[in-house]
Each structure stands twice: as C-alpha cells, then as structure tokens.
Design a binder for this molecule. Structure first.
Ligand code: LLP
Length: 417
C-alpha cells in the first residue's frame, strides 16, 4: 500500500515503470523541518527545499503551500519554480558555473539570493547587476574544509572540491572583501554544504562552528557582521532497513545549540539560518514500481531478474553503488529466501539496480517495488536507449493523480530534425 493505494492497482491504472510519491510523507517532512526550526531556533530561518532532488511543478507548489523556500541550480529549475508562481524572494540560486544568461534571469526575476560560488562569478554577477541597474543580494559559498563520510561523488565540503571558496587558502576572505567592495552587490551572508546522505550530526555541528568562527574573523577584519548563514543540506535517509538516520529534530537541535553558544560567547548576533534539505524531504516518500520480465539463472553464478526500467530511471546503483530495499508487491510478507541481481533493460552490463538482493523468488509478471526512490531518481533520469521517462503519480489518502506525465516515443523524437 502506498499512500492508501494498492500498488498493484496503481500499476494497472498507470502501467510500469511508475514513480509513486506519497504526498503526506513529503508534507510531513517539510513540516518537521519547519517545526524544528521554530522549536530550536525561534523560527529565525528558512527551510529551502533543494529541488534538484525532485523538481517538477507540483513539488514547487507543495513547497510553497508548506511555507518553504527553494534552492534551484539551473535556469530550468528556476523557470519551473517561477512558472507556478513560486515567490522569487524565497528562491536561492546555487551552482558552480552559472551561465551569464542564468544570472541575468535570476536578477531580472528578483530571486532572493544568488549563492556566489567563486571570485569570477562574483565579478560576473556584479557586472550583470550593473547592466540591469539592480543590486544583487548574494551569499558566498564557502568550502569549510569538513570531510564528511559519504560517497566521493557527493562529498563537497573538503578543500579539493569544484564548489566554493576555500577557507584554508584565504580565497574565502578574499571573496568576502571583494563582495563588500563590489558596487552592485549586497553581501548578505555565507553558505556551505558538506555533502549528501550524511548520517551523523557531528559534521554539521562542526561545520556550523567553523562558519561562525569565520563570521567572527570577518567581523574582526572588516568590521562587518554577516547576517545570514546557509548550512546547506545533506541529511541522510533510510534506504535499507539497516540505515538509521538521525531525526531532523536532532540535527536542528545540535546545530542551533552550537551556533547560539558560539554567538553568545563571542558577542555575535545569531544569524538568520537557511537549510537546504533535498533527499530527506522526498527520498523516503518515493517508490518505483516495475514489472519483472526475463529471469536468467546461471547455475553457480547468479540469477538475473530483469525489470522494465533500469539505469535510465534510476542511475544511482550504476553511479554510486547505492543500496535499496526491494519488495514484491503481491508477496510483501513472503520470506526473502532468494538472492538475486536486479537488472535493468538497457544495453549495458552495468545497468543494475542491485546485487545480492534478498527477496522471495520472483516470477515474470510480478510487480517489483524499489523503496526510497523519491530523491535523485526522476531528477537524474535519462532517455538512454530511448527508453521513455516514466510518469510520476502522487498518492494520498487512497487517491492518486499524475503529477508528471510519462513520455511517449513521439516525445523523445520531438527534437530530432
Ligand atoms: N544544497 C546544496 C548546495 C547541494 O549541493 C545539495 C545537493 C543540497 C543542498 C541537497 O542535499 P540533500 O539534502 O539532498 O542531500 N545525485 C546524488 C546527490 C547529489 C547531491 C548534490 N547536492 C545522489 O543521488 O545521491
């Protein structure tokens, strides 16, 4: 059952592969973040949904209804947010190489904050803001030098990163001084993001303290006190039963305490805080449903169970060896007494969704559910092998509705000349 809907019935109505999102879970996660901001930080902040995790019009509408801001990372995400009337002042624009046209688009639409990633971009934003006759409200992305324990591809806080201005090298302080001098820029504060799918509180608390120390250093050196601190996202979720994520409240409580204690001790104001959770808002709300097709048993080697999607709708095993829990929708309670490899239908040996997967032995035609696929699945889907990207259905209280239509073959050929 997903959001009160029978999974097998959903596949009869919408076909497979099918992305299913549980609306209540999404809203509950958003509310949990908001209420923890109230409870532990007096509401002096804004939770911005990191929409790269799952971007579509309905998600921006829901984030808006729930009183969140959003983080966008491209003209495409910005366009989609604005297209449903998302309040521009609650949008933060990230990215390590924003295009001049994207910066112009952000400024023309009065986006709340541009998170400037480097010295070159600072000049570019200043110049474009000057051309438009506006002042750009920016936050500077800092690389705090925290090495969070997660997959190499999704670590971002360490010095060797394409993102941000490093503290250690002095680039961060240089960036701050340049921003304070720039004519068409108003420097509001600092940003950092140490990585994704992080399961401990400690690296976040540590990062908060490093950033507060930098706010103090900036005050001592320039006399200016930064008013805002964006702590990024990265909070881990449960992918498999053995994952034990920390509740959002604990992150917020520990990080808030650290920041408030530092501010009190050093006579700083407590900054307005932004947090940018993506995965932890949509990840566990999503389930992907497939139909089992070919089953190939290689005696003494392994059994391949192929499904009607694959790396084109979920590239995360191929990219990060990400682990998932798998269930057969009609045999959810049957003992998981077989070990199989779940393979996709793309023409590529690495197109797998999982290896050493324990489940009841499936048969062709069974519906296979892959859990916790709400984040970075639809948003990273591709048309590899010209497989159409599946539809996304939102479920709630036993009702379902399509929020993203499935592609047709004609859709995929539309841009061919
Ligand atoms: N803020 C910034 C600046 C980010 O770069 C990210 C993620 C987030 C917030 C949201 O992080 P989250 O709360 O979702 O962990 N494709 C990868 C994840 C890449 C994350 C990129 N940045 C995956 O599938 O695991």
């Amino acid at each position: 059952m997903l959001g009160g809907c029978d999974a097998v019935e959903l596949t009869k109505t919408y076909g497979t592969p099918l992305y299913v999102m549980d609306e209540q879970k999404v809203r509950d996660a958003m509310r949990a973040y908001r209420s923890s901001m109230e409870k532990y930080y007096g509401g002096n902040g804004l939770i911005c949904y990191a929409s790269k995790a799952f971007a579509c019009k309905e998600m921006y509408r829901i984030a808006n209804e729930e009183g969140l801001g959003v983080d966008v990372v491209s003209g495409g995400e910005l366009y989609t947010a604005l297209s449903v009337g998302f309040p521009a002042e609650k949008i933060g624009f990230h990215g390590n190489n924003k295009l001049p046209a994207e910066i112009r688009m952000a400024l023309e639409n009065d986006v709340g904050r541009i998170i400037v990633d480097g010295l070159g971009e600072l000049e570019l934003v200043d110049r474009i803001a000057g051309d438009l006759g506006v002042t750009a409200n920016i936050i500077l992305r800092i690389t705090p030098g925290v090495d969070a324990h997660t997959h190499d591809f999704i670590r971002t806080g360490q010095i060797d990163s394409k993102f941000g201005l490093a503290l250690e090298t002095g680039a961060a302080m240089e960036g701050v001084k340049a921003a304070l001098k720039a004519k068409n820029i108003c420097l509001k504060g600092l940003d950092c993001h140490i990585g994704s799918q992080i399961m401990d509180v400690e690296p976040f608390v540590h990062t908060g303290e490093i950033m507060m120390q930098f706010i103090l250093d900036i005050k001592n050196e320039t006399g200016v006190e930064m008013e805002e601190l964006d702590l990024g996202g990265g909070f881990g979720i449960r992918y498999v039963g053995s994952d034990d994520p920390v509740p959002y409240d604990s992150y917020m409580e520990a990080v808030s305490e650290g920041i408030k204690a530092f501010a009190d001790k050093h006579g700083l104001k407590t900054p307005f805080i932004f947090m940018e959770p993506g995965r932890s808002i949509v990840g566990e709300a999503g389930t992907t449903l497939y139909t089992v097709g070919a089953i190939k048993e290689i005696p003494g080697v392994r059994t391949y169970v192929s499904i009607d999607g694959g790396m084109s709708d979920n590239p995360r095993y191929a990219l990060y060896q990400a682990k998932y829990d798998f269930l057969l929708a009609e045999k959810a309670d049957a003992p998981a007494d077989s070990i199989v490899t779940v393979a996709g239908k793309c023409c590529e040996s690495g197109d797998l969704l999982g290896e050493h997967v324990k489940m009841p032995m499936p048969k062709t035609g069974d519906i296979l559910a892959v859990l916790s696929t709400g984040a970075y699945n639809y948003s990273m889907a591709s048309n590899y092998n010209r497989n159409p990207i599946p539809p996304v259905v939102m479920v709630r209280d036993g009702a379902s509705r399509v929020i993203v239509k499935g592609q047709t073959y004609e859709d995929m050929a539309r841009f061919d000349v």
